[in-house]
Design a protein around this ligand. Structure first.
Ligand SMILES: [Zn+2]
Length: 53
């Protein structure tokens, strides 16, 4: 798996239901409690895309 896929921010438009990969938005790596392994962190930002403004 590429690093790009492990820390990935997406934008979801709740008007047209378009999902876009936001490569320019950095995703932080969360510190996990003991006993937990973080394989993947996904951030979903919801709102309106430029087409639906
Ligand atoms: Zn939209």
């Amino acid at each position: 798996m590429k690093v790009h896929d492990i820390l990935n921010a997406h934008f979801y438009c709740d008007a047209c239901e378009m999902v876009k990969c936001m490569e320019e938005i950095p995703v932080k790596h969360y510190q996990m409690p003991n006993g937990y392994l973080n394989n993947e962190t996904e951030v979903m930002i919801k709102g309106r895309c430029p087409n639906c403004m």
